[in-house]
Design a protein around this ligand. Sequence first.
Ligand code: GDP
Ligand code: IMO
Ligand code: MG
Length: 424
Amino acid sequence: MAVDVLLGLQWGDEGKGKLVDVLSPDYHLIARFQGGPNAGHTLEFEGKKFVLNTIPSGIFMENTQNLIGNGVVIDPIGLKGELDKLKEAGHDLAAKKNLMIAKRAHLILPTHRLLDAASEQKLGAEKIGSTLKGISPAYMDKTGRNGLRVGDINLPDFKDRYQTLVKKHLFLLESLYGQTVDLGSHEPAFFEALETLRQFPLVDAERVLHDYLSQGKKVLAEGAQGSLLDVDFGTYPFVTSSTTTTAGACTGLGVAPSQIGEVYGIFKAYSTRVGSGPFPTELTEETGEEIRQKGREFGAVSGRPRRTGWIDLPALKYSIRLNGVTQLLMTKADVLSGFEKIYVCTHYHSPEETLEYLPFEIGAVTLTPELKEFQGWSQDITAVTSRNELPIPLLNYIAYLESELQVPITYVSVGPDRKQTLRM
Ligand code: GDP
Ligand code: IMO
Ligand code: MG
C-alpha cells in the first residue's frame, strides 16, 4: 500500500480541510505532516462549521483514525483550545479515541509565540505577515537542535530542559528586541495543556504508519499551507518555515518516496494570498474586492482579508511539478459565477523577457501577467450535483486548465459544504 497526499498548490486556503473530509471515508488514517496552528482548515456539513488548526480533517468520520505527524509543530495551549471547542460541540476526541500524536513532533512554547511577534514587529513594513503562532521560532529550534518534542514531556528532566530553552528565548527577546517579558499565566497554561496531550496516545508515528501500510490500510497525508509558501520553493522569505510539498510528507511522517501513491493537488478557481509577498496576478481594485466578498476571502486563523487575483498557470505548473501531482481538485468554482469575463495568467512579462515559469527573482522584479480572457457564466452552480449540469463556459474553463496543466481535474467544489462537491 502507498500513502496518498493532499496538498495546496497556491498560497494556502485552497480548501484542503473540506476535501480531506470529503475523501476521508475512503481512508483508514488521515495524517497531518507539517505546519502547525498557522493552518486553518474549514469543514462544513449538516449546517455546522468547524475550523481545525493542528488536528487532521478526518476526525468527523466514524471509522477513520487521525495522526499528528512528526513534521508538525504543536502548541499544546492551542491544541487544548481546539480539543475543548470540539468537545463542547459534541466531539470528544479523547473519548472517541480517534487521534494519535507523534512523539517526535516539536512543541511550540509560549516564548516561541513572543519571539514570532517581536520579530515581525521589528521588521515593520517588511514583515512576513506571519500568523504569529510561533511557527518560525519553533522550526528554528528544531533545526537548531534545541527543540522540545512531545515525547520529551515524559522525561524526568523535562522541566529543566524547558527552563533552559526559555532562558535562551528570554535572552533573545531582551537582546534582539529589547523586551523584558513576564511569562505570567503563559507558563501554568502550558503545563496544564501538556496534561491534555497525555490523554492521547503519544506514538512512534512512523511505526504506526508502517503498520497501517503493511496491513493494507489506506493512509492520506494532509498538507497545510501551500506549495508557494514552501520554505525552499515558495516566494522566500515570504513563506512559512516547513516543507509544504510532497517531500514534506516523506520527512513529516517517515514515508519513503517510493511509497507515495496519488498526489491530490488542490487549487482555487482563482488565486488568493494572505500576508505579504509577491503575487503576480493580484487584483487590487474592484474585481479583487468582488472576489473577496463573494468568496468570503478572510483568513480562517487571523480573520485578515485575503488578497485576491486571477488564476496563475506558471505558478500552478511549477507546483504540480514540485509535487508530482496526479489528480487536481478545483475549489470555489461557484465564486466565479456572475463575472462576465474571467481571466487566466498564461505567462509573465518581466522588464527584460517573457517568462513561463516562476523565477528566483520573483521578489525582486515586477512580473506583469499576460492574461487570456474566457467567457464567464451567470448561473448559480452551488446546487449542481453532476458534471453535465455545469454551464458550458465553466466546462470550457476546466478543459483549458486540464490541457495546460496536463493533469486531470477529478473533483470540482461548488460551495463550502461537504455535499457541494462534484466527482468529474
Ligand atoms: P484550507 O486551509 O485549504 O483548508 O482552506 P480554508 O478553510 O482556510 O479556506 C477555504 C474557505 O473556502 C473556507 O471558508 C471553506 O469553507 C470555503 N470553501 C471551500 N470550498 C469552497 C467552495 O467550493 N466554494 C465556496 N464558496 N467556498 C468554499
Ligand atoms: P492553511 O493550511 C494561508 C502564511 C502567513 C504568512 C506566511 C508565514 O490554512 O492553508 P507563518 O505563521 O507560517 O510564519 O506565516 O504564511 N500562512 C498561510 N496562509 N494559509 C495557511 O495555512 C497559512 N499558514 C501560513 O499568512 O504570509
Ligand atoms: Mg486555511
